[in-house]
Design a protein around this ligand. Structure first.
Ligand code: PMP
Length: 397
């Protein structure tokens, strides 16, 4: 009955990850996967999260279904973290927020909502993209397109080309943007560039959809939400998918949020109803446990403060690793311009290494980087930096 189906190619990142585990190089380094690892190469359990998880383990109350929109205390916490504690649009009731199955679930619910509201609208996605953006929007029946984003010559933003493309889009086109820590490039617009992007959104009547998967990992928790807050201040209607997978290190708990900023509180009510309808028809409700873990951390002032220091430590470690790589490469290979390690932000760096160089890194040095040349920065630590930079020098020379 299913013989005619195509073989699923799988995710190339997971395939490479398997190859890494089979490799016997004594100093092998895994820089493939988008997970945060600490200095000891372990995925952290944040103490703020562990404390809440312990309380929940001792809590005998039944694990009932949450409402379709999710836990109320979780939803208000999402709004405070994403829009800021003193957000005007939130105070005015203009934001419809639901708890979702991670950032991925938020993108899917948002895509379904947009397809219902604007069946003919296409979505424009950065080039290069997080591949799942094309899959999620395409799967929701929305035609996907690309806008220029990365300039390989400067290893920075192709801002003029991006703006030229956005300036040509039909009204009510959806534009997928990363407010911080762009995956896969690590290249983000500056606040001034965001203001120009916002002006085009307003002028052309476009629908911004912000994918905030790494808040706190780039410049800081508030700084990384600049685009969200600036769009709200500009009076735009837009969507934000946020994920707690990385910044709370709760990947498998599936914790995210979808917020839709509307023109009025009445419209936000209407949208909330439609979001519930979408959730009902695809998975009915979000996880009880993940919801209580996140709400437990974010709604307790002391734990919230503790969490902020934990995220800041993760952010600082990645910034410190970037600095160390830059310094080591400057010493070992003075002719090589490694400034991109400093300029790009967050979990990923786009190295521009060629296919041959990447294969040589794997085969000669056990250093695993995916085929696009995207380096997952948290895989680096003080114990492996020397080997990593030596390996780079070997393939770059
Ligand atoms: N958007 C981007 C850009 C991502 O990198 C990721 C995670 N890899 C997600 C969304 C999905 O987040 P989650 O794991 O919470 O579903």
């Amino acid at each position: 009955m299913f013989q005619h189906l195509q073989q699923y190619a799988g995710d190339p990142i997971f395939g490479l990850n398997d190859a890494f585990h089979r490799n016997t190089h004594p100093q092998k380094i895994n820089l493939t996967i988008g997970l945060y690892y600490d200095e000891n190469g372990r995925i952290p359990v944040l103490p703020s999260v562990a404390a809440v998880q312990k309380e929940l383990a001792d809590d005998p109350s039944p694990r009932v279904y949450l409402p379709m929109e999710g836990l109320a205390s979780y939803r208000s916490a999402v709004q405070r973290v994403v829009f800021g504690a003193d957000s005007r649009v939130v105070a005015e009731g203009k934001v419809a927020t639901i708890q979702t199955l991670g950032g991925t679930g938020a993108l899917k619910v948002g895509a379904d909502l947009l397809h219902d509201a604007y069946p003919l609208a296409g979505v424009w996605i950065s080039d290069p993209a997080w591949d799942n953006h094309h899959a999620i929007f395409g799967g929701a029946g929305i035609t996907t397109h690309s806008y220029p984003y990365y300039d390989p010559d400067t290893k920075g933003l192709a801002f003029d080309a991006m703006m030229n493309c956005l300036n040509e889009l039909p009204a009510r086109s959806i534009v997928l943007l990363h407010p911080c820590c762009h995956n896969p490039t690590g290249v983000d617009p500056t606040p001034e560039q965001w203001q120009q992007i916002i002006a085009v959104m307003l002028e052309r009547g476009l629908i911004p959809f912000l994918d905030l998967a790494y808040q706190g990992m780039g410049e800081g928790m508030e700084e990384d939400a600049y685009a969200v807050r600036a769009m709200a201040d500009a009076g735009l209607s837009f969507l934000v998918a946020n994920s707690f997978s990385k910044n709370l290190s709760v990947y498998g708990e599936r914790c995210g949020g979808l917020s839709v900023v509307c023109a009025s509180a009445d419209e936000a009510e209407l949208v909330l109803g439609q979001l519930k309808a979408v959730v009902r028809r695809i998975y009915s409700s979000a996880p009880w446990h993940g919801g209580h873990v996140v709400a437990g951390v974010l709604n307790d002032p002391q734990r919230h403060a503790q969490w902020l220091t934990e995220v800041e430590a993760m952010r600082r470690r990645m910034a410190q690793v970037r600095k160390a790589v830059h310094e080591m490469l400057a010493a070992k290979l003075p002719g090589y311009d490694a400034d991109y390690f400093l300029q790009q932000k967050g979990m990923f760096t786009y190295s521009g290494l060629s296919r041959e160089q990447l294969v040589a890194l794997r085969e000669r040095h056990g250093v695993y980087i995916i085929d696009s040349g995207r380096i997952a920065v948290p895989g680096l630590n003080n114990a492996n930096l020397e080997h990593f930079t030596d390996a780079l020098v070997d393939v770059l020379e």
